[in-house]
Each structure stands twice: as C-alpha cells, then as structure tokens.
Design a protein around this ligand. Structure first.
Ligand SMILES: [Zn+2]
Ligand SMILES: [Zn+2]
Length: 337
C-alpha cells in the first residue's frame, strides 16, 4: 500500500476530500461578482481554466494515464498530467488507481463510488446518489495498492509530478489571480481572478467528475449490456467533455473515443483526433465499428428477451488498433499501454 506523508495527507483532506476552497470560494465568488462585477479577464480565465483542467482530467488522467488509450510525447504527457493536478481531484497515481478499481468492480462491492453498493451494503437511491457524488471522497483512505499503478510507478517523471501534485493544484488556483493582477493592475483584479479562475472554477470542474461517477451510473441510455449500470447521457457527454458517454466507455474502456457517433459530442476525442492528425498522438485506440454494432445488437436482443444467451459482456471490445508505426521520441520512449 502506498500511503502519502501525514502532512501532505492532512492538507489534501482539507483541500481535496473536503474541497474547502471550492465549497467556500464558489459562493463568495458569486456574491462578490454580484456586488462589484466581473471584469472580462476573470470570465476568460474561468472558461480557459475550466477547459484546461477539465482536459487535464479527461484526456490526461483518464484516457492517457488510466487507460493508455493513446501515446504521445513526454512533454505533452507532463502538460496534461499537471493540468489534471490543477483540477484538484487528487494526485494522478491515486486518481488512476481509484479509477482502475472502479472499472474492475463497477457497481459491485469494491467499487469506490457506485451509487448501488458500498462496503457490502446495498444503497437506496438518495443515499446512493450522495455516496457516488460526494460521500465516497470521505469513505476511502489515501492508500492504494502499488500494483494498480505499476506501469506508471516505473516512470520517475510521472512519480515526481505525483509527489508535487498539491503544489501544482495551488499554482492552478493562484495563477488566475496573478493574471488578473497583471492585466487589471488592482487588488480587486487579483482577488476576482483568484475567485473565478481558481475557486469557482475548481467547484465547477468537480461537478462534472462527480456527475459522471453518480448520474452516469443512474440515469441515461444503455446501448451496451455491460456488467455494470453505466449510462450514456447527452448533457453529461457535453458537460464532462465527452466522458458522459459512460456506457460506451464501460463497454469499450480502452477506446480513446467515447462518443461513437456524430450526434454524441466528445470534445476530448476531438482534441486527441487533432493531436493524431498533427503527429502529437499515436497508437490511438478506437473500437472496431463492427464490434460496436454487434455489441449493440446483442444488447438489444437480450433486452427483448429473444436471445438471452447472447448477452454481450464487453470486457473490452477493442478488436483492432488502427495504429500507425510507433514514432521514435526524441525526448523519451513513447508510452505503451
Ligand atoms: Zn463508471
Ligand atoms: Zn475509465
């Protein structure tokens, strides 16, 4: 078990498990804005930081580190991993270990944030919703088995970022204040920059992640008959930068693409696709369209009761890798899934 140092762990308890800066700072940001107004730089920093730290989580922590659904150059990995640290959802290795545990035990005992079960007890709707949305942050300790992230622990560069993740989080909170100060030149510009680009942005970003964990397993469509209760949702799909196509993701967890159709917007996939086009991403994993159709057909047959034997248990439907040759990296070996 990897345990974080006591001081670091207590700081993290204050700022992350009970995201005090987000919970206190978000209403203060709104009250101050109503009273004194929001300069344009604060709006811009809010939007830019929501997007940047959101992609740090969905593209960096989730699709790159947790699922290794594509490979990229190390500086690009560092950038998205640091942006993920700034999102304030704990350290990259803890996040990845926790998320891999979620996939291994989805909606069964052992899942850290299932709305259906916790510690051997079945949860009713509202307690389950609360546990999966926020309560789970207090139900789990900081320890995680090293074996869950053995591939990442072999990387000293990622381990270094992991050790310093909290400093990156604080930098992400205070940077918008510094930008406000440099643009507007007054103490109020610094304060409103910090409140909107730091605290309120942290609060908003957390809602996307919490909603996927909870609502993404409660309400929405299930085109694939996965062994869990994951759901697809258009609103969550958009709001969580594509991670809300959660049934698709549980059916094809290694796929870099979560929105499988043009009507399933997936901004994170849009960026990975663009990175691949310009040579910044390779070994991009996509689900085979045939497997997508076959899994959906099998799920439909099961739902109508015509062919219960054909239940599609899509542990991972990635059948083909439409991957180009592995590019030699001038700055280090490319990552392997
Ligand atoms: Zn899930
Ligand atoms: Zn995942």
């Amino acid at each position: 078990m990897l345990q974080r140092a006591r001081v670091a762990a207590s700081l993290e308890t204050i700022f992350v498990n009970t995201p005090i800066l987000a919970i206190v700072g978000a209403p203060v940001a709104l009250v101050v804005a109503l009273r004194y107004g929001v300069p344009r730089h604060a709006w811009i920093m809010f939007g830019a930081m929501v997007l940047a730290t959101g992609l740090g989580t969905t593209l960096g922590f989730h699709r790159l580190l947790a699922h290794r659904s594509f490979a990229t150059f190390r500086p690009v990995e560092w950038m998205f991993t640091i942006l993920g640290c700034m999102a304030g959802q704990h350290s990259p290795l803890y996040w990845v270990a926790n998320h891999r545990r979620h996939h291994r035990h989805s909606d069964r005992d052992g899942d850290p944030h299932s709305p259906y079960v916790w510690a051997g007890r079945r949860l009713r709707l509202l307690p389950g919703l609360w546990h999966a949305y926020f309560g789970w942050l207090h139900a789990n300790g900081f320890g995680y088995p090293a074996s869950a992230v053995a591939d990442l622990l072999r990387r000293p560069d990622l381990a270094w970022i992991d050790r310093h993740w909290f400093q990156f989080y604080l930098a992400g909170v205070f940077l918008p204040g510094a930008v406000g100060w440099s643009v507007g030149g007054t103490g109020y510009d610094a304060l409103i920059g910090f409140l909107w680009g730091g605290a309120l942005r942290h609060f908003a970003g957390l809602q996307g992640a919490f909603a996927v964990n909870s609502i993404g397993h409660l309400w929405g469509s299930r085109p694939y008959d996965t062994p869990d209760q994951s759901r697809n949702s258009f609103v969550l799909g958009l709001f969580a930068l594509g991670d809300g196509w959660h049934n698709n993701h549980h059916a094809f967890p290694s796929s870099a693409r979560h929105g499988f159709h043009w009507w399933q917007p997936d901004p994170t996939w849009g960026l990975i696709w663009l990175m691949e086009r310009v040579g910044l991403a390779w070994r991009v994993r996509r689900p085979d369209p045939f497997r997508i159709r076959a899994a959906a057909r099998a799920a439909g047959l099961t739902a109508t009761g015509r062919d219960p034997s054909s239940t599609a248990r899509c542990a991972d439907g990635i059948a083909t890798w439409r991957a180009g040759p592995i590019r030699p990296s001038i700055l280090g070996e490319p990552s392997h899934g």
